[in-house]
Design a protein around this ligand. Sequence first.
Ligand code: MN
Length: 233
Amino acid sequence: MSENYAFTPPATVSVPVVGSLERFPVHRIYCVGRNYEEHAKEMGFTGREPPFFFLKPADAIVVAEPGQTASTPYPTLTSNLHHEIELVVAIGTGGKNIKAADAAKHIHGYAVGLDMTRRDLQGEMKKLGRPWCIGKAYDHSAPIGPITLAANAGDVNNAPIWLQVNGADRQRSNVNKLIWNVAETIEHLSAAWELQPGDLIYTGTPEGVNAVVRGDTMVGAVDGLTPISVQVV
Ligand code: MN
């Protein structure tokens, strides 16, 4: 028997899993701010600070299906839309107060994602001491590629990460330069929220963030994972 909802509930947001017919249903999207030193510097900050987090709504996901170029609309209210290429961790087993040493057990897999940012709006909110939501958590702000199961992902903690726009290098680094690595991030995050199966963690972006405009195609990768291709339309 179906529930008596006031209207049809939205469909579950899901991400394909490489080599599987199963899709990964998305619960929440957590993001880590300023988690590569050179990116922290380009944003005007230095040194290691405790990790901090923000969220995007699950329905901000834009799935780049394998072998296809996804489209993401140029958002309203901005004239400075930035790309941020990121390693995304997909949580398969939830928990709270997870220790870094136990974090691997909770990871279902990994994907390549883009933390798209209305940088001008984020900057205004920073200046005013207001929440970043309008800059970070807008519609279609979270493109993601297929999830590779952890067992098949290789050494993602020590993998090149890069982004090209229209074939030209924009961002190039290595996941081993994360200030707070994946396991430490899970420890900090799960102390603040109880992680649930279906949670995604965008782990932060390296230096080289910059603007894209309509028509630009972003291709990004983390070695060992399926690359992502997204066009701004
Ligand atoms: Mn980011």
